[in-house]
Design a binder for this molecule. Structure first.
Ligand SMILES: [Fe+2]
Ligand SMILES: [Fe+2]
Length: 285
């Protein structure tokens, strides 16, 4: 068992901690400037061919729901707006950064499937419950378990120990981490998100997705990601090291203003949304 402080010390000392492509930071800077144009933002993305083709593939997927084909980055920037395109670039950058990394003995495709499903469901819940976060919901869900990859990379033995514990006790990975490691992937994810200087809303939704009632500044987005994660598990979409479906925290019901009975209805709609979003997985290939 080691403490969170020790975990931070270890990660502070490694020199190959994954970094985000500088394009994300460049876009963030450019859109802060009120004089920036669509062309300014598009130019940054177009410099990277692989990013360009992946962004176009993503915005043309059924998830974005545009009726016509979007064939240029400029069109995408116009249709999506600056903040949305920024978050789309972040999503694609995350895939690029973590593409070759593994999660011990479990299938990365399943991990991404779980992460994408959580992003899709967070977006669905936000719309369904009219919470108005829109732009950040997908990437917030996509990133929620990112700490697991870092855990496996730098604390491989502990990762394996937690996985075994979860499997033998039929527990969630989070509880297993708490029992055998002493810290958990939400804390590592928070560390990474801060290192990457992501917006605080994202830091928070990563940090609190298992403890939504630890109120900070955006409890609604945290509750959305929390519930989206549970639903992704319940609907068996992907795998993220959990051998038990986590419970919905009662705080999330309150914060989102839903009754337990309504959840069944939401779950059925969510199942359809996930089935329709299969195409999104091609982005990781
Ligand atoms: Fe998690
Ligand atoms: Fe998860």
């Amino acid at each position: 068992m080691i403490t969170v402080d020790r975990m931070i010390q270890v990660l502070d000392s490694v020199n190959d901690l994954p970094t985000l492509p500088s394009i994300y930071t460049q876009i963030t800077e450019v859109i802060k400037d009120p004089n920036s144009s669509v062309a300014d933002v598009a130019k940054i993305i177009e410099r990277d061919q692989s990013l360009t083709s992946k962004v176009l593939r993503l915005v043309n997927s059924s998830f974005y729901g545009f009726a016509r084909q979007i064939s240029t980055i400029r069109q995408a920037v116009v249709l999506l707006g600056f903040n949305n395109i920024k978050n789309t670039v972040l999503s694609v950058s995350v895939f690029q950064t973590f593409a070759g990394m593994s999660l011990g003995r479990f299938d990365m495709r399943d991990f991404w499937k779980h992460s994408i499903a959580t992003g899709v469901l967070a977006t669905f819940l936000d719309k369904r419950l009219r919470k108005g976060y829109q732009e950040e919901t997908f990437v917030a869900g996509l990133l929620h378990d990112i700490g697991k990859i870092i855990l496996n990379r730098y604390f491989g033995d502990m990762f394996e120990e937690a996985l075994q514990y979860a499997q033998s006790k039929k527990e969630t990975f989070y509880r297993a981490e708490r029992a055998v490691i002493g810290f958990s992937h939400d804390e590592i994810g928070e560390y990474l998100a801060e290192k990457w200087q992501l917006p605080y809303t994202l830091v928070e939704s990563i940090a609190l997705h298992h403890q939504p009632s630890n109120l900070r500044s955006n409890p609604t987005l945290v509750a959305i990601v929390h519930l989206a994660n549970v639903l992704a598990h319940e609907l068996h979409f992907g795998f993220s090291g959990d051998f038990k479906v986590p419970d919905v925290d009662s705080f999330a019901y309150e914060e989102l203003g839903i009754q337990k009975e309504e959840l069944e209805e939401i779950k059925e709609e969510a199942r359809k949304v996930l089935e329709d979003s299969h195409g999104l997985l091609s982005i990781i290939e």
